[in-house]
Design a protein around this ligand. Structure first.
Ligand code: NAP
Length: 250
């Protein structure tokens, strides 16, 4: 199997760091021109842009808070003006704001949903508009094993990721006939800044729960994202696929 994304334009939200960075780099190395969306980490996104361009690929860093409808509108206006098409959307931007349920504030709840669920909704709606005009496209949503595996202090995060899985399934059913495929990936514990505190606090206990006995690497999630973003996975529609070392299977 050879994946060739030459001539395609991809948007990776939160694409400058962690799993998003690995997705941007992988898609670019497969030939796609990548818009690296970032929010606060401008340096990381611009360095990645330089790295990809230095390798002979196409990339552009673009700042937008995916939870802000106006900022998302402006980002898509930029994409329409600069590239005139969008073939791949990776809804990767996400945050955690853990708290036990009794002490969780409405703000903890809504801010996580604003980024993890409203963000994909806002971006997908505008991406689909472009994809419909082109006759197709792929959306890959980065959800989480937390959609299926309960974690203490993560009711807000788990609900947002469970919602993202349901969003992916319903959207896929609605849009498959138009040539737009939507799928989700469910990473387990992946070595990024997001999981660092929990990996530092309880590495031993966590590793006992993971059949593969190691944490995942961002590149391993990116490989699955790239496969789902390519024609090689053309008959996979509305699925949520785990990349978690067996965590959700045990
Ligand atoms: P990370 O290292 O903390 O990176 C989070 C990314 O999201 C950053 O690029 C950040 O951009 C971006 N972001 C956050 N809020 C944003 C906003 N409002 N607008 C635009 N971008 C925003 O986390 P990660 O581990 O790579 O996580 C990536 C995705 O994988 C998330 O959806 C996360 O829930 C999911 N996930 C991660 C794990 C794990 O173990 N790491 C497991 C399951 C699922 P800036 O830095 O520019 O602000």
């Amino acid at each position: 199997m050879k994946i060739d994304l030459a001539g395609q334009v991809a948007l990776v939200t939160g694409g400058g760091r962690g799993i998003g960075r690995a997705c941007s780099l992988t898609l670019a190395r497969l030939g796609a021109t990548v818009i690296i969306n970032y929010w606060r980490s401008r340096d990381a996104a611009e360095e990645l842009e330089k790295e990809i361009v230095g390798e002979g690929g196409g990339a552009r860093a673009y700042q937008a808070d995916v939870s802000d409808p106006g900022a998302v509108d402006a980002m898509f206006q930029f994409i329409r003006q600069e590239y005139r098409r969008l073939d791949i959307l990776v809804n990767n931007a996400g945050i955690v704001q853990d708290a036990l349920l009794l002490s969780m504030t409405l703000q903890d709840w809504t801010s996580v949903h604003a980024t993890n669920l409203n963000g994909p909704f806002l971006c997908t709606r505008l991406a689909v508009e472009m994809m419909l005009r082109q006759g197709g496209g792929k959306v890959v949503n980065v959800a989480s094993a937390s959609a299926h595996v309960g974690g203490r202090g993560q009711t807000n995060y788990a609900a947002s990721k469970g919602g993202l899985v349901a969003f992916s399934r319903a959207g896929a059913v609605e849009l498959a006939r138009k040539g737009i495929r939507i799928n989700a990936v469910l990473p387990g514990f992946i070595e990024t800044d997001m999981s660092l505190p929990v990996r530092q606090q309880a590495a031993g206990k966590l590793l006992e729960r993971i059949p593969a006995r190691r944490f995942g690497r961002a590149g391993e999630v990116a490989n699955l994202v790239a496969f789902l973003a390519s024609d090689a996975s053309d008959y996979i529609v509305g699925q949520a696929i785990a990349v978690d070392g067996g965590l959700s299977a045990s």
